[in-house]
Design a protein around this ligand. Structure first.
Ligand code: ADP
Ligand code: SF4
Length: 683
């Protein structure tokens, strides 16, 4: 298939200083959950992006030396010669596919913790570090510290050249860079030539940029990653003030401007809060100020949106972190006219959350991410089976759809049956809630592919019982019947049913299935992820008075990992939802939720409502599976997958469906083992 002429512009080569990118697809630096101790996994992930057509593939933030130690986050290092080897291997693997390799060198300044190195944290002025709960205080850098930092950055640039990188970064973004901290009058209280006036505060960034140009020796292009707009209250680094002045002051020094917004939570905005292309308002001025190429991000998955950015002079290169995680083959799919095959990022930030957990990236849409090397899983290739088998999958939610589409792509005969009137299971229902529309992409992508394949038969409104399984002549039966919300209050805080709940409360399933809701509504959220607060936002938008009650001290606490928690609380507050953190339910009676303070277990005022919605935990829909086992047939040829095994993230259900399909195809093992990075033992 050939490239649609409308999208041809995306495949123009772009000159970036001394190097040329083969196209405009630019996989920007992003956290990957891989530490430097996991080079093979990290290389496998980036090589896959290059194979998928990304013209530039970037290494994640790499610390230049031990004084920038962001302990407990899995960040890359280029401290000394010992690190060069694995970087060189990564560069080679990326270049094999004709892509350019880039490295984002960084000193994380006030974001460093230095627990692991024991060195003092460096900052323009002496402040506690930017992790308020951590008992660490930074030292104000003196002139010799500044000189040492410049020397160290220069040496890291030399090592980048040694490793063969095509592009080297100077990093001043995300409120996570020493150079940014010098820029910001919030952190820079110096009275010497590096503080005070704008010219003084930009001095170190200019010097380091010039040092880097010099040390790159015309062999590597030099990029600057700069957040042109900071959302932090009181910041003057905004696109209409100093953010713009910085670009004006340094416009022609670097070979490439990589621009975004700060902090990370705004740069990686989720689909619940930010549309595709959401950064344009802030970054679009940059191209009018510099003649150098500009790359920017905005969760771009639509080729039309990408072309529009270029034609309207907003960007020259289309940056993608999450879109390149969700679909490493996005560029090649556009090139080959397979737009409908793109696995679009849903903007859920499970990838971000896995980095915060220090585990190799997980992705809701792409279950093969981080598995390229350790499980040898390819996102687009499945060994085509010589022996075609018939598989019956009961349940067309994320797990069943994923399992079914992988098996069908491997050539098996797939029958997928669901009792509902539509496919998608939980994502079909949840994507109708306020802010979650993009989650429907989990269903859309898989369903579209299944519908294209002659070896897949899809049946809706087909409730399958154990007695009917035999009618399908299936050699393998996959049960993906999902899970249902409990109505008894059992959850993460209450381990036994809460008096007055069962039979008298609604669950999220009721609401999503269109059950009538009368206000005022009390939501008891012992789930701590999105469902409780999404329902609150949804119901308040429908005009109800809503009270959100949560046993933990922080509302939606797990959403700190997806970077959404502060925005969730802000949006609920603005919508008029009343929130009760640190509040545990003890009973529901007479339209009152009786509660205690969680920490001291003392009663507080009851919360009145006409409806109580119980968002505490889910239980597996096991009836079919247990009936099949009880009948004794198919037991050897039966797999349970997804939420029916253990209710969890959509990402976990997709991964489970994928894994069970690979197991069936002989590409995984039941023990769950995979290649591990092996430490070297010294004598
Ligand atoms: P998961 O996240 O594990 O994929 P979901 O709850 O999203 O789980 O999806 C489960 C799907 O299984 C739902 O669409 C539901 O309609 C379907 N289902 C449950 N029991 C049966 C059954 N006996 N026969 C057919 N479909 C079923
Ligand atoms: Fe996109 Fe979610 Fe995958 Fe991250 S985890 S890349 S946000 S789909």
């Amino acid at each position: 298939m050939t490239t649609d002429p409308r999208y041809g512009i995306l495949f123009d080569p772009i000159k970036i200083g001394p190097v040329t990118a083969p196209n405009r697809f630019y996989a920007v630096p992003h956290a990957t959950g891989h530490t430097p101790m996991m080079p093979n996994g990290s290389i496998g992930m980036r090589a896959m992006k290059a194979e998928g057509g990304w013209g530039v593939v970037c290494m994640q933030l790499a610390e230049i030396d031990p004084s920038s130690d962001i302990s407990n986050l899995p960040i890359e290092k280029l401290w000394d010669e010992t690190d060069v080897l694995s970087h060189r291997r990564m560069v080679e693997r990326v270049k094999q596919h004709g892509s350019l390799a880039a490295i984002e060198l960084a000193h994380t300044g006030l974001r460093s913790r230095n627990f692991s190195t024991g060195m003092p944290v460096m900052a323009p002025s002496s402040f506690p570090i930017l992790k308020p709960e951590a008992p660490v205080h930074a030292k104000a850098m003196d002139k010799s510290d500044i000189k040492a930092f410049r020397r160290s950055h220069r040496a890291a640039v030399a090592r980048s050249r040694q490793a063969g990188y095509d592009i080297v970064y100077v990093y001043a973004a995300h409120d996570a860079s020493l150079l940014w901290h010098f820029l910001s009058p919030m952190y820079n209280l110096r009275s010497d030539e590096y503080g005070g006036s704008f010219e003084n505060r930009v001095r170190l960034l200019r010097e380091v940029l010039e040092d880097t140009m010099d040390a790159a020796k015309g062999e590597m292009a030099v990029a600057i990653r700069f957040a042109v707009h900071d959302f932090k209250h009181g910041s003057v680094i905004t696109y209409d003030k100093e953010g713009r002045y910085v670009v004006e002051a340094l416009a022609e020094i670097p070979d490439l401007w990589d621009v975004n917004v700060a902090g990370w939570s705004r740069d990686s905005g989720t689909s619940r809060f930010d549309e595709e292309g959401f950064q344009e308002k802030y970054t679009s001025f940059v191209k009018r100020v510099t003649t150098k190429p500009v790359v920017g991000v905005g969760r771009f998955t639509s080729p039309d949106a990408m072309v529009s950015q270029i034609r309207r002079g907003v960007l020259d290169l289309i940056g993608g972190a999450r879109p390149s995680i969700a679909d490493p083959f996005l560029p090649n799919k556009i090139k080959r006219g397979r737009i409908e095959d793109i696995r679009e990022c849903i903007g859920c930030n499970i990838c971000v959350a896995s980095d915060a957990y220090s585990v190799p990236l997980r992705c809701t849409q792409n279950p093969t991410i981080s598995e390229e090397w350790r499980r040898n899983w390819h996102p687009e290739k499945f060994s085509i089976s010589r022996q075609i088998k018939a598989a019956l999958i009961v349940g067309g939610g994320p797990a069943g759809l994923e399992c079914g589409h992988v098996l069908a792509r491997a050539g098996h005969q797939v029958t997928l049956a669901d009792k509902a009137t539509e496919f998608g299971g939980r994502v079909a229902r949840e994507s109708r809630l306020k802010g979650l529309a993009a989650w429907g992409r989990v269903r859309d992508h898989r369903l579209y592919l299944l519908q294209q394949m002659a070896n897949a038969s899809l049946y809706l409104e087909s409730e399958i019982s154990a007695a009917e399984i035999g009618e399908f002549d299936a050699e393998q039966v996959f049960v993906a019947t999902g899970a249902s919300w409990r109505n008894d209050g059992v959850g993460r805080t209450n381990f036994r049913p809460i008096p007055g709940f069962t039979g008298h409360v609604l669950t999220p399933d009721h609401v999503m299935n269109g059950h009538e809701v009368n206000g005022p509504v009390v939501i008891y959220d012992d789930d701590h992820y999105y469902m409780g607060n999404v329902l609150a936002a949804h119901l308040v938008a429908l005009g109800h008075e809503v009270h959100l009650v949560c046993p933990l001290p922080i509302i939606a606490s797990w959403m700190g990992y997806t970077l959404e928690q502060p925005r969730v609380v802000a949006s609920l507050h603005a919508a008029g939802v009343r929130m009760y953190p640190n509040t545990t339910a003890v009973s529901w009676s007479g339209g009152e939720l009786n509660v205690v303070r969680t920490d001291i277990a003392e009663p507080t005022d009851a919360i009145r409502g006409a409806t109580l919605i119980c968002v505490t935990s889910r239980s597996q829909n096991m009836a079919l599976y247990e009936d099949i086992i009880a009948r004794g047939e198919f037991v050897e040829r039966l797999e349970l997958l997804g939420d029916a095994v253990a209710p969890g993230l959509i990402q976990a259900a997709v991964l489970s469906g994928h894994q069970k399909a690979r197991l069936f195809m002989g590409e995984s093992n039941r023990e769950g083992l995979f290649l591990r990075e092996t430490p070297v033992l010294f004598a």
